[in-house]
Design a protein. Structure first.
Length: 119
């Protein structure tokens, strides 16, 4: 069974920074890609960023481009999200997720870590 745990959330003022971490474990865990998603109160879940381990290609949602950076270590099953120039609209619960192959959806999810950005 795969277990994913996020950490690093908290309260920060607008313009500040936070770094989220995600650790994945499981005897047979391996992934094609991992990503970050977020869900604000009353809103649908939103894609934030992802990384494809082979080649290290990264993707970002339009609302975070230029401010957030995704990184990680595939061999250690760890994922990070460096968030700079935070805005109140970044307030949400952030989830990390993993997908096993290109053809499969994100099937493993963490429990989320809450980020609150005050104005």
């Amino acid at each position: 069974q795969v277990h994913m745990v996020e950490s690093g959330g908290g309260l920060v003022q607008a313009g500040g920074s936070l770094r989220l971490s995600c650790a994945a474990s499981g005897r047979t865990f391996s992934s094609y890609a991992m990503g970050w998603f977020r869900q604000a109160p009353g809103k649908e879940r939103e894609f934030v960023a992802s990384i494809i381990w082979s080649g290290g290609r990264t993707y970002y949602g339009d609302s975070v481009k230029g401010r957030f950076t995704i990184s990680g270590e595939n061999a250690k099953n760890t994922l990070y999200l460096q968030m700079n120039s935070l805005k109140p609209e970044d307030t949400a619960v952030y989830y990390c997720a993993a997908r096993a192959t290109l053809a499969t959806p994100y099937g493993h999810w963490g429990q989320g870590t809450k980020v609150t950005v005050s104005s």
